[in-house]
Design a protein around this ligand. Sequence first.
Ligand SMILES: O=P(O)(O)OC[C@H]1O[C@H](OP(=O)(O)OP(=O)(O)O)[C@H](O)[C@@H]1O
Ligand SMILES: O=C(O)c1cc(=O)[nH]c(=O)[nH]1
Length: 178
Amino acid sequence: MSDRDDLLEEIKAKAVVHGDFVLSSGRRASWYVDLRRVTLDGAVAPLVGRVMLDATSDLDYDAVGGLTLGADPVATAMLHAAAARGRKLDAFVVRKADKQHGLQRRIEGPDVAGRRVLAVEDTSTTGGSVMTAVEALRAAGAEVVAVATILERGAADRIAAEGLEYRHPYEVADLGLD
Ligand SMILES: O=P(O)(O)OC[C@H]1O[C@H](OP(=O)(O)OP(=O)(O)O)[C@H](O)[C@@H]1O
Ligand SMILES: O=C(O)c1cc(=O)[nH]c(=O)[nH]1
């Protein structure tokens, strides 16, 4: 089995939940994929990092992150997987709102200004969250080379309309859901 196959089995076993849910966008859905249950699982997080690095291996970027909270463990998993492969990859966290005290930074971590960065998510439904991160990154002077999410749930058209490359190792059909 490949890393991609192994991670898919972990997602199906641990993250898919059926019920009546309100999504981030306010839409309702009869199923939810709680990817935090895999991205924060100590046995599975290294797999997340490798799969996301493999899905973006042809892209040139040296920092990765997105809108807190779902994006954070994805970014750090990639950082550690890259380190295990002998590659330095920084991570960053985009706050949902400006911080009012301390250094008042919207984007935490090593500076992204002038750098080629990858904007990540755990899943994207409307693309609203990841585009919030993209806008904050551009405002901070970063060049966003692409968007990458573990599971594409419906955001592909919006991300394409923004002229952004979009990588996602899995889509809804892979989970047997629609
Ligand atoms: O493509 P979208 O319509 O924006 O939906 C996807 C977003 O929803 C979830 O986060 P949520 O807003 O629940 O917040 P959290 O990451 O802080 O848990 C998920 O982690 C994505 O960030
Ligand atoms: O759209 C969302 O808010 C959403 C959908 C989903 O399947 N998982 C998740 O964490 N958020």
